[in-house]
Design a protein around this ligand. Structure first.
Ligand code: ZN
Length: 233
């Protein structure tokens, strides 16, 4: 099944957005990707993007035909307006309200709004994002209600239908690995393990069965737990 008018995937270079990219390549005739450079500490994530894009097209011949250009937008202003462990050299920890101090207020609202403006220019109707509220850190801008409301706001504000697809919204991390396996078999799972990056600290020295990372930050913990449940199932 494929739908016309194409899709723009918010592709950070992490596990979730890489799975979303494969999901979109399976469904849409043309797929473009967008990434954001906002001075994140885990910049290594951005470096994984090109490698992953190049190699994912080797998995299915159709995907090579469908994958269009990549766009990188510079949002350094995010580091200026927010006080967070993602953009500053601080210990990653839980805040008093239960959110990790990696929380950048409204980050996904900004990302999706910039992506929608880019999609408008490219004649693309659908945005695809890896937001998820099943097995997540509690970020309110990842929740389904937030994204539904933003979809309405973007559609009204640009006077053109804008669809935000979030294929991982109701999947836990183990189910996200299983989705990758359904989409591209073992080659896609292996590619995600090797060529995506999730660790908030940006560490890439140690290779675990689930990929690279410090193994201790909230992002690594979620990824490792999901892998254990997926591989052990
Ligand atoms: Zn980590």
């Amino acid at each position: 099944m494929s739908r016309g008018s194409g899709a723009l995937v918010l592709f950070s270079g992490g596990q979730d957005s890489a799975t979303c990219l494969a999901w979109a390549l399976e469904r849409f005739d043309t797929v473009e990707t967008v990434g954001f450079d906002y001075g994140q500490r885990h910049r290594v994530e951005l470096e994984c993007r090109a490698d992953f894009r190049a190699k994912v097209t080797e998995i299915q011949p159709e995907w090579a035909r469908r994958l269009g250009p990549d766009h990188l937008l510079h949002l350094g202003v995010l580091g200026q307006v927010s006080e967070t462990a993602l953009t500053r050299d601080a210990e990653i920890a839980l805040r008093e309200d239960g959110l990790p101090n990696t929380f950048v207020p409204g980050r996904n609202l900004l990302f999706l709004t910039y992506a929608a403006a880019l999609a408008y220019r490219r004649g693309i109707r659908t945005l695809v994002g890896g937001m998820c509220e099943t097995d997540y850190s509690g970020y309110p801008d990842c929740r389904d209600d937030t994204l539904k409301a933003l979809q309405v706001a973007l559609t009204l504000g640009m006077d053109r239908r804008c669809v935000i697809d979030t294929p991982l919204m109701w999947l836990d991390k183990a189910e996200t690995w299983a989705l990758a396996e359904r989409l591209g078999g073992a080659p896609l799972v292996d590619l995600i393990v090797e060529q995506t990056h999730t660790c908030y600290r940006g560490e890439r020295g140690q290779r675990h069965v689930w990929g690279y990372g410090c193994g201790e930050c909230p992002a690594c913990s979620l990824r490792a737990k999901g892998w254990r449940e997926y591989a052990g199932a």
